[in-house]
Design a protein around this ligand. Structure first.
Ligand code: UT7
Length: 323
């Protein structure tokens, strides 16, 4: 018998305000056509004034709990992946814990930018496998609209706000690749690439800062590193690309998503794509896509899913799980 961290609930939340590409044409030298062609993005959601990352996270967490038919008190731990926490401290996760009315267990944030959800899943899996928690809420939540430079057309048209959540539970598996739950994980980072994707401010420099990105450079790393980490994670699970039902990738750019699928030898019919409606929501993009993919009827129980993501750091990784 092997313990497996198994998905028993999923949910998401998107702020009410939808911003279509055309809206940027009013203030920037850009066009709906350019944004669609170069990124695949058509629209994104932006949080309202006063609506914070933990607010979005709580909505997604409640949806995941409802999906599982469980109450907040059934949760032992909360892990929030975010780079846009409400405050410098305490963690967004403890704010979510309080807003859900949970007074037991523990909660903490993980910061690995766009790879944050893959890092959070890996850590939640370790908590479950080591017996430190039976049920873990794993949330990706972001308000990237707060760190945009609205005069930089190379970045501000690409990002959006949102949150997604999975509820993981320790379940017994047979120890084979047919088990439901997380089957393997692979994490990587290389801090030498800091300058191609970063925020030019922070607490220790007494500034807030804006996101800065050398898009072409990030793109160049993305396809190669995403395909590589997906392959490594599959090998660790003793599987190959043929076993995959769905790739649920970080949703940054349709051309990166398609390029990675091609490198893995898979068709776009095996990819859950939400980038057109959400833009790049950083750590929230994978759980959002998992939740939407389930709602659409794409993801079904027993499906083999590979998630992969890359972002600032650079940090990247992949998780293989059976739904
Ligand atoms: O989630 C974290 C990871 N992030 C990513 O994965 C993002 C990776 N990068 C990308 O998605 C793409 O590189 C972008 C979508 C950011 C840009 O696409 P690109 O095909 O690499 O375009 P580019 O940066 O090479 O720019 C091409 C041209 C430039 O003009 P010149 O120098 O050729 O005259 C840009 O100034 O497009 C121009 N441009 C724009 N034009 C209209 C850049 N942004 C815009 C814009 N509207 N919004």
């Amino acid at each position: 018998m092997t313990t497996r961290a198994t998905v028993i609930g999923v949910g998401h939340y998107l702020p009410e305000r939808i911003v279509e590409n055309a809206e940027f044409e009013k203030t920037l030298d850009t066009s709906d056509e350019w944004i669609r062609a170069r990124s695949g993005i058509e629209r994104r959601h932006f949080a309202a004034d006063g609506e914070t990352t933990s607010d979005l996270a709580v909505h997604a967490a409640k949806a995941a709990l409802a999906d599982a038919g469980l109450e907040p008190d059934d949760v032992d731990a909360i892990v929030v992946a975010t780079s846009t926490a409400d405050l410098t401290f305490p963690s967004s996760a403890t704010m979510v814990q309080a807003k859900l009315g949970i007074t037991r267990g523990f909660a903490f944030d993980i910061q690995a930018v766009c790879a944050g959800f893959v890092y959070a899943l890996t850590n939640a899996n370790a908590l479950i496998l080591s017996g430190q928690a039976k049920r873990v809420l794993v949330i990706g939540a972001e308000t990237f609209s707060r760190i945009m430079d609205w005069t930089d057309r190379g970045t501000c048209v690409l990002f959006g706000d949102g949150a997604g959540a999975l509820l993981l539970e320790a379940q017994d598996g047979a120890g084979t690749k047919d088990d439901r739950g997380i089957l393997s994980t692979d994490l990587n980072s290389d801090g030498r690439h800091k300058d191609i994707l970063y925020v030019d401010g922070g607490v220790s420099t007494n500034t807030t800062g804006h996101l800065r990105m050398q898009g072409k450079e990030v793109f160049r790393h993305a396809v190669e590193k995403l395909a590589s980490t997906a392959r490594t994670a599959l090998e660790k699970a003793d599987m190959g690309a043929d076993d995959i039902d769905w790739i649920v990738p970080h949703q940054a750019n349709i051309r990166i998503i398609a390029g990675t699928a091609k490198k893995l030898g898979l068709s776009m019919d095996n990819v859950v794509v939400t980038v057109q409606d959400h833009g790049n929501t950083s750590a929230a993009s994978i759980p959002l896509a998992l939740s939407v993919g389930k709602q659409r009827g794409q993801i079904k129980p027993g499906d083999l899913i590979v998630t992969e993501a890359i972002g600032g750091g650079l940090a990247w990784g992949a998780v293989v799980l059976r739904w």
